[in-house]
Design a protein around this ligand. Sequence first.
Ligand SMILES: Cc1cc2nc3c(=O)[nH]c(=O)nc-3n(C[C@H](O)[C@H](O)[C@H](O)COP(=O)(O)O)c2cc1C
Length: 137
Amino acid sequence: MNIAIVYASRTGTTAKAAESMGKMFEEQGHQCRVQAVADADPAEVSQADLICIGSWTKGLYFIFQHATRDTMRFIRQLGDLNRRLAVVFCTFKLATGKMLPRMAKALEANGAEVVGQFQFRGAHPDDKFISFAKSLL
Ligand SMILES: Cc1cc2nc3c(=O)[nH]c(=O)nc-3n(C[C@H](O)[C@H](O)[C@H](O)COP(=O)(O)O)c2cc1C
């Protein structure tokens, strides 16, 4: 599978998580490109077989959690995804609220099929993600 991972990171945690996710996908035999949201081209990313979009959690820790504005803008710029597979992820400290479902909804509004939502407390993908990466054909 051709996989694109696009992330928003303020202090590097989400960037590290995205790189680790990319390595895990590659270990399973997939091709993967990992890019910061500022560097990624939506037209190019929208051609991937699996599109993974991640952000650090921005909010008031217990409420108002959301992805960064750049992340949500990037999702809208992806255009018609025509049933392409997608994953949303974030890194956080305390709680993520409705952030991931909102990111998923925005991708679904573009026609994507969201097959995974992952949240990592820190830079390391968890067992749930590892199982997902292994299950991907
Ligand atoms: C302004 C600000 C707001 C944050 N709000 C939340 C929050 O609402 N919930 C949470 O769990 N973590 C929150 N965090 C913690 C970060 O999301 C977390 O440390 C994340 O892993 C940082 O990722 P990065 O290193 O890629 O920027 C906040 C951090 C900052 C700087």
